[in-house]
Design a protein around this ligand. Structure first.
Ligand SMILES: C[S@@+](CC[C@H](N)C(=O)[O-])C[C@H]1O[C@@H](n2cnc3c(N)ncnc32)[C@H](O)[C@@H]1O
Length: 286
């Protein structure tokens, strides 16, 4: 399906969609909500359609991610609302599994050791913690290794709590806090030895995650590494409409990583979590 000749097979279908939508364009009021929704749906549809033609294993959950509320994609708006009710605490960050926090942190420390410090490995000057929340990972994994840190999260309350309480003396070594949705976060070039993305890749749509990874790649210093740690579905993709997160099968995540032009260096499953829970994987890439 990926060669030019096969794509031509789809040109009839493509043209039929164009024709049918052309008439709708004339009939609908340009300022109406339905016109807006229609145009968004069409854009998302064609993006998915192209991905299918390219046989890219990117799953578009457009039915739930295309609608806008107050100028925000509903997908992101829901996540924002969800975290407004989540306390700025380790319990809040771990979603009621706070007793597993130390197991998680130890798994991360062991994984990170493989890529940092030493010839041919990443340096220890500066790391970026993405979707850092109150800084649980920064405090338990990154500060003991890196001279300085930068931290990014969409919730101002968490960043304030990190700075004023949770990080204690470590707060003096934070160069910048970025209060941004990662889909809008722009990064300086060649700045970080490690970019850590834990339990937040699931809150980005496929396209936004892919674009963010492209920016992360450009932000790496020599031998720098990006780590994604997240819940991965045992099969396919699953959307949780409550916190607006998508769990993806490891292969789907690898597809997004590859599309972003990154090479996977290592993939390790986090041990020590109950079998009934969704598996957690760590992926290192550059
Ligand atoms: C489950 S918590 C994990 C926090 C931290 N990574 C940890 O492991 O302790 C998810 C965090 O991601 C943040 N978040 C969710 N969606 C985001 C987005 N689109 N951009 C930036 N931060 C986001 C939330 O505010 C929250 O702090």
């Amino acid at each position: 399906m990926s060669d030019g000749a096969s794509i031509m097979e789809y040109s009839g279908t493509h043209q039929a969609f164009r024709n049918s939508w052309a008439s709708t364009d004339h009939e609908m009021c340009r300022h109406s909500m339905s016109f807006h929704l229609h145009t968004t749906l069409r854009k998302e549809f064609f993006a998915s359609y192209l991905h299918l033609l390219e046989q890219t294993r990117i799953v578009k959950l457009y039915a739930v991610t295309c609608e806008y509320i107050k100028g925000e994609k509903q997908f992101y708006y829901r996540a924002q609302k969800f975290y407004e009710d989540v306390p700025a605490s380790e319990e809040g960050m771990m979603g009621d599994f706070v007793e597993l926090s130390e197991v998680d942190l130890e798994g991360s420390r062991q994984f990170l050791k493989k890529f940092v410090g030493g010839p041919g490995k990443a340096g220890t000057k500066r790391a970026l913690d993405c979707g850092c929340g109150i800084g649980r990972v920064s405090k338990g994994v990154l500060f003991p290794i890196f001279e300085t840190m930068e931290m990014a999260d969409m919730m101002e309350e968490y960043l304030l709590h990190a700075h004023e309480e949770y990080l204690g003396d470590y707060a003096d070594r934070v160069e910048s806090y970025y209060c941004y949705n990662l889909k809008d976060l722009r990064l300086s070039l060649r700045r970080y030895d490690v970019v850590w993305i834990q339990w937040v890749a699931c809150h980005l749509t496929d396209k936004d995650l892919m674009d963010f990874l492209v920016r992360c790649k450009a932000s790496l210093r020599p031998n720098g590494v990006i780590v994604i740690k997240d819940n991965m579905a045992r099969q396919g993709c699953k959307l949780d409409p409550v916190d607006s997160s998508i769990i993806r099968h490891l292969d789907i995540m690898k597809g997004i990583i590859q599309k972003a032009g990154l090479e996977v260096l290592d993939v390790v499953k986090q041990e020590g979590f109950p079998e009934v829970m969704v598996p957690i994987w760590m992926i290192a890439m550059r």
